[in-house]
Structures are given as structure tokens and as C-alpha cells.
Design a protein around this ligand. Structure first.
Ligand SMILES: NC(=O)c1ccc[n+]([C@@H]2O[C@H](COP(=O)([O-])OP(=O)(O)OC[C@H]3O[C@@H](n4cnc5c(N)ncnc54)[C@H](O)[C@@H]3O)[C@@H](O)[C@H]2O)c1
Length: 432
């Protein structure tokens, strides 16, 4: 199988070198004549460990050449991989000019050559980009079954790019609607690749980069605060990373409820206050509570948008299997709904008002003084005949819900309970 690689930058050159090492024949395409010339002389136009050697070997064995002519590359290959740059415009928007140029050139070449082809985008592009490019520039070829289009994000890191390419940390392939790619492409994508719709694959790339940026920023903010306190931040972060159950794990990385409870809001608040008093700027940590509040507001908007006058909250406490109501997002939601004239019913089997003591009791007295009058012990009475069901916790029996929920209900899944989609009511996920 022979492959065109469009864009001989960091990603393109590593991809070309590694694919030739795996036995593929590669034609590199770039608009820079010196990059093309370097390739044709068996030299890598970028500095990256091991790549030079791969390029040299492939060139010596006749498995690698480069051209400035897209049509020439398409003519002699079955697959095109697009690795051109997608830089920022001065506005911050993504500049897709190079991707569009390459897409257009590939489309024109295919139309004149009347051959089938596979197009794989590896350049980082915002969700929706692949679909727009296909619609605008490739639709006739795709509809005629002559072109298959994939979005296959690249997760390599410069400096260890060859190792990352050969042993990727994640393989995700985007197809139009998440349908599996043909088995002939398994060697290219890897057997373990997760197959998802184009937009999901595009978003995964942005989510991972934003996550990496978040981690670095977080470590640096903790470092600035630690230094001011005379604490060694490297020790702090090493210890934090030692906890692979709660910290370096998928824990707390599931979209759902705004955070709440007796610890997170209080401790974030205290850390911020400390940072402010000591003039240590920590903008990311400073904005955690504001971001959490935005999330809660998006839930409230979702409830309002249902146009239901009755609302049932499933789970009032801040998480399942506790009766702790301190800083629970659902208490805020309940307060808002009561203040705005909604008829509210709450079902939370963990909650026994008589057993509430201390801060919890005080909190109920202050924020929801009439809680007893809208707290239902019976699920059927809580669900009623109609209304928006705000499922904050999995605190109700699914088969019972199945019998009780009707098409007059609207379900808002706050915490990721996919079985709710099967119920009779209209389903909305909070963030999905
Ligand atoms: N660098 C990384 O570590 C990395 C990792 C993962 C993903 N990415 C993404 O991969 C893409 C490429 O990144 P990069 O760092 O290799 O970029 P780069 O700037 O190093 O290389 C881009 C190449 O594309 C070429 N090019 C531009 N227009 C062209 C055209 N019309 N036809 C042919 N070639 C053209 C340029 O001359 C250049 O050689 C970007 O979208 C980037 O966000 C980069």
C-alpha cells in the first residue's frame, strides 16, 4: 500500500519515516521546495530523534520520495494523510487554509484521474471541520463511493515522536457516523483503535490537549502557592501523583454534577483566599468555583427549557449513598425552582430529615425550610403524572422508573445514567 503525506513538518515527517519503516511506500508533499529537496536526498527536514535514520533508509531502498505536485502524489498512491499545519489566526480562530488547499488539490486530482482513494486527516481541526470539508469539497467523490474519509488525530510529542507513533498512547479513528473502517485499513489505524464519529475524534484531540494544558497549569499554580508557603512543590506533586486511585485515574473525570459537598468548595475557597492574601496569582484555581457555578446554571437553563411547571429531583444530597447536603448543587437547584414558582418534588431515599444534625440541619433550615413538604418517600408519588425529572443520582429503581415515567415527563440526566434514555419521557443529558 502506498501513501501520500501532505505537509512535511513535525507530524508529516515522523509519519512518513515510521510508515516507511513499517513497509509502506510514501510520497511526501509540501509547498516548500527545500523540504521536498531534503526528502528526496534522504534527509529529514526537521530535528527529531531516529527520524533522520528512517528517512535515510527508506530513501536508499526507494520507498520514499517527495514532490510539490499533489496530482503526482495522488496518481501513485492509494491513501493520503493530511498533516499540514493548522495555526492560530490573530483572532485566535483556527486557520484551516492549508487543509482546505490540500483537500481541494486532492479532490481535483481524483476527479481527473478517476481512481478510488482514502483520505485521512491528521491535522488538528475543530469538531465539525471534517464534515464541512467533505460537504463543501468532496461530496461528489464520497457519494460516488470513490473516496473514504477518516479523521485520525495524532497524539505524538515532539522529542519522543517516533516512540509515540510506534506505541501510541491512544488510537482514535473518526468515521462519518462511527461505522467501522474497512479491514484493509486496520494495519494503518491499528487493531485497538477506537472508532467514533468524526466530531468525537476531533473533540478528543482538543480535550486531550486542553487536559494536558490544565495539568501543567495546575502543577505550576500549586508550585507558586507552595513556594510562598515554604513548601517544596515537587514533593507535593510527586505525592499527589502517587495516588493512582483518586488523583491520577479516571476518578473525577466524568462529566456530570457540579462539584459540591463538605470539602471541595470549602477547600478551593480557602486556597483562593490564601493566594489572594499572599498576592500569588492562581487564575485557574481562582476560576474553579465560577466554572462550577456556570455548570449549575446550565442545568437550571435546561430545566427551564423543558417548559414543565412540575420538577422532580432524584437525589438531593451532593452524591449518592450519603445524606450530606452541604453545598450540594441540587439544593441550589431546588432553591432556584421554589423561588421561581415551580412545583417541586424531591425523592432521595438516603435522606431522613429527623436524622440530620449540625451544619446539615442548619443548612436545610436556612435554604430549604419547608423541605419536608416536598420530600417524597414513595417514588410513584414523586414522579407523578408529568414534569421534568432531574436525575442527579441513581437513587431510584430503574424498573420502577420504567413503569412510572410517561411521555408527559422530560428526563434530565445530570450524572450519566444511559438507561434513562430507554424510558418513555423525552431525554436530555446535561453535557451530552
Ligand atoms: N507538532 C506536534 O507535536 C503535533 C502533534 C499532534 C498534532 N499536531 C497537529 O498536526 C498538524 C501539523 O503539525 P506540525 O507541527 O507538523 O506542523 P508544521 O508547521 O511543522 O508542518 C506543516 C507543514 O505543512 C506544509 N504545508 C502547508 N501548506 C501546505 C500545502 N498546501 N500543501 C502541502 N504542504 C503544506 C508546511 O510547509 C509545513 O511543512 C497541526 O494541525 C498540528 O496541530 C502537531
Amino acid at each position: 500500500m502506498s501513501i501520500s503525506i501532505f505537509g512535511l513538518g513535525y507530524v508529516g515527517v515522523v509519519t512518513a519515516g515510521c510508515l516507511t519503516h513499517q513497509g509502506f511506500e510514501v510520497v511526501g508533499v509540501d509547498v516548500h521546495p527545500h523540504k521536498v529537496a531534503d526528502f528526496n536526498q534522504g534527509k529529514a527536514p526537521i530535528l527529531e530523534p531516529e527520524v533522520d535514520q528512517y528517512i535515510q533508509q527508506a530513501s536508499a531502498h526507494g520507498r520514499l520520495r517527495a514532490t510539490e505536485d499533489a496530482a503526482d502524489a495522488i496518481d501513485s498512491t492509494d491513501i493520503s494523510i493530511v498533516c499540514v499545519g493548522t495555526p492560530s489566526l490573530s483572532s485566535g480562530d483556527l486557520d484551516l487554509t492549508a487543509v482546505r488547499q490540500v483537500t481541494q488539490a486532492i479532490a481535483e486530482a481524483l476527479r481527473s484521474q478517476a481512481k478510488d482513494h482514502v483520505l485521512v486527516y491528521r491535522s488538528t481541526m475543530l469538531p465539525g471541520s471534517t464534515r464541512s470539508l467533505v460537504k463543501e469539497l468532496l461530496n461528489d467523490l464520497v457519494e460516488a463511493g470513490r473516496l473514504k474519509v477518516f479523521y485520525y488525530p495524532e497524539f505524538l510529542r515532539e522529542g519522543t515522536a517516533v516512540r509515540d507513533f510506534q506505541d501510541p498512547s491512544l488510537m482514535v479513528v473518526g468515521t462519518r457516523n462511527g461505522e467501522p473502517p474497512p479491514s484493509s485499513l486496520v494495519k494503518l489505524f491499528g487493531v485497538e483503535a477506537e472508532v467514533v464519529p468524526w466530531e468525537t475524534a476531533e473533540m478528543v484531540k482538543y480535550a486531550t490537549n486542553a487536559f494536558h494544558a490544565t495539568k501543567i497549569t495546575f502543577a505550576n499554580e500549586i508550585a507558586r502557592l507552595s513556594k510562598r508557603l515554604g513548601v517544596n512543590s515537587r514533593v507535593v506533586m510527586e505525592l499527589l501523583c502517587e495516588d493512582t486511585r483518586l488523583n491520577i485515574s479516571s476518578c473525577y473525570l466524568r462529566p456530570g454534577n457540579p462539584f459540591g459537598g463538605s470539602c471541595l468548595p470549602k477547600d478551593v475557597r480557602a486556597l483562593n483566599q490564601y493566594a489572594r492574601k499572599n498576592d500569588v496569582p492562581v487564575p485557574m484555581i481562582e476560576h474553579l468555583l465560577a466554572s462550577n457555578q456556570r455548570h449549575l446554571e446550565s442545568l437550571v437553563r435546561l430545566i427551564e427549557d423543558t417548559d414543565q411547571e412540575e420538577v422532580v429531583i432524584l437525589g438531593l444530597s451532593f452524591k449518592v449513598d450519603t445524606d450530606d447536603l452541604r453545598e450540594s448543587a441540587m439544593v441550589e437547584v431546588a432553591q432556584f425552582l421554589l423561588g421561581h414558582g415551580y412545583r417541586l418534588r424531591i425523592y432521595d431515599p438516603q435522606l431522613n430529615l429527623k436524622q440530620l444534625v449540625g451544619t446539615n440541619k442548619k443548612m436545610v433550615e436556612n435554604k430549604l425550610p419547608h423541605l419536608a413538604s416536598f420530600l417524597y418517600r414513595n417514588l410513584g408519588s414523586a414522579i407523578g403524572q408529568q414534569g421534568a425529572i432531574v436525575a442527579a443520582q441513581r437513587c431510584a429503581n430503574l424498573s420502577e422508573l420504567n413503569k412510572l415515567v410517561s411521555s408527559r415527563h422530560t428526563i434530565i440526566d445530570v450524572n450519566g445514567w444511559p438507561e434513562l434514555e430507554e424510558l418513555a419521557g423525552t431525554y436530555h443529558g446535561l453535557g451530552w
